[in-house]
Design a protein around this ligand. Structure first.
Ligand SMILES: *Cc1c(COP(=O)(O)O)cnc(C)c1O
Length: 384
């Protein structure tokens, strides 16, 4: 059996090696490292893929979130509501811009931001909601867009984990994750579903004015060379990363299918374990169907409900099976983001999830032998 890895990017590289190597050599020969034609071509190809008017590439997903918030003109003291159960980057940029993060609880079944908690957290200072499409599945965007409209709030989608996923609205129409709110942000970190070979990110929007503002912000606030109209940042996707992403983008749907297929096999193998809660896929399908496109399984995350999650982690690691706990500490309990207004009873779900979740190896190169081995070990432990 091949050695099991949490993330395995080698197989993908073998498939696109010729194209990637050739494009990178061309870039090396042309010396067009920054803002070269590859970046522009990737931008247009991603706009087509997502069905969004504007993609603005930038240096990483964290920058993408920060720049999206700068572009919307959010001001110090404005309150921004986001999920307590996410990677720290989401809340970090809110705090960096001196906006006020308001963390709220998540939904037990989907791990995504809890709609009632969002509504409860709205005050006269609230300016934006940042839903995080955690582990590859969209938050409840019907409800979030409705709340935003009612209260005149911006919606900034943190789409770092769900590129390629579709969201099906209550009326049956679908949109790509990250293109539903006023602005979306994504990451091309190597292990993300569409990853480059270094850092990269992008911002998506259908708003022409916002896109123009953001194009200036990523480039030192310049709209005309050496005229700095606003305070900007330096955040660029380099040509070499764009070349890698151009090779991978046409394969993204296939990558998502491979992840879903792996998830389906795990589900099938683990479905009878009474102390395991399988990941739930909402909307377009009940459970995981053949043509489901609403979950792209950035992570395959189980809940272990007999209190033995940490022992399972040790057991799997002892059997050379890597696994992850995303995330072990809720953001509201992180030193950097403590806020005396928070009340533990408002974070019941996150507080429980951090004790229960475990993410199994998930990538496009998992084979049946590996999945069976991993599932068998999980079952062996759960029944020991
Ligand atoms: C990875 C990630 C980010 C940050 O992306 P970087 O490219 O690493 O800066 C932000 N939010 C979430 C939910 C992520 O998973």
């Amino acid at each position: 059996m091949k050695k099991i890895q949490m993330v395995d990017l080698g197989g993908q590289y073998q498939e696109i090696k010729e194209q990637v190597n050739e494009s990178i050599s061309k870039i090396l020969e042309s010396s067009s490292f920054i803002n070269g034609p590859e970046v522009h071509a990737f931008q247009e190809e991603l706009e087509d893929y997502l069905g969004v008017k504007h993609v603005i590439p930038c240096a990483n997903g964290t920058d993408a979130l920060q720049i999206a918030m700068m572009g919307l003109g959010l001001k110090p003291g404005d309150e921004v509501i986001t999920a307590d159960f996410t990677f720290a980057a989401t809340v970090e940029v809110i705090a960096l811009l001196q906006l006020t993060p308001v963390l709220v609880d998540v939904d037990m079944e989907t791990f995504n931001i809890d709609i009632e908690a969002v509504e409860k957290a709205i005050t006269s200072k609230t300016k934006a909601i940042v839903p995080v499409h955690l582990f590859g599945q969209c938050a409840n965007m019907d409800a979030i867009m409705g709340i935003a409209q009612k209260h005149n709030l911006y919606v900034i989608e943190d789409n770092a984990q769900a590129i390629g996923a579709k969201y099906q609205f209550a009326d049956g129409t679908k949109k790509m994750a990250g293109t539903i709110g006023h602005v979306g942000a994504t990451s091309f970190f190597p292990s993300k579903n569409l990853g480059c070979y270094g850092d990269g990110g992008a911002i998506f929007t259908n708003d022409d004015v916002l896109a123009h503002t953001i194009r200036g912000i990523v480039n030192h606030g310049m709209y005309e060379r050496y005229h700095h109209d606003v305070v900007g940042v330096n955040s660029r996707l380099d040509s070499i990363q764009a070349a890698v992403l151009r090779a991978k983008l046409p394969k993204l749907d296939g990558y998502c299918n491979d992840r879903r297929a792996a998830a389906k096999k795990y589900n099938e193998a683990l479905k009878n374990e009474k102390n395991i809660v399988l990941p739930k896929t909402v909307r377009s399908c009940e459970g995981i169907c053949e043509n489901c496109d609403c979950h792209v399984f950035h992570q395959y995350t189980l809940r272990i409900i007999n209190g033995k999650r940490d022992d399972l982690v040790k057991f799997l690691n002892g059997n050379d099976i890597p696994c992850g706990v995303y995330y072990p500490i809720p953001l509201h309990r992180q030193k950097a983001y403590l806020d005396e207004r928070y009340n533990e009873v408002d974070f019941k779900v996150t507080n429980q999830l951090v004790e229960e979740v475990i993410s199994l190896p998930m990538h496009t190169e998992l084979d049946d032998e590996q999945i069976t081995f991993i599932a068998d070990k999980v079952i062996e432990f759960m029944n020991s």
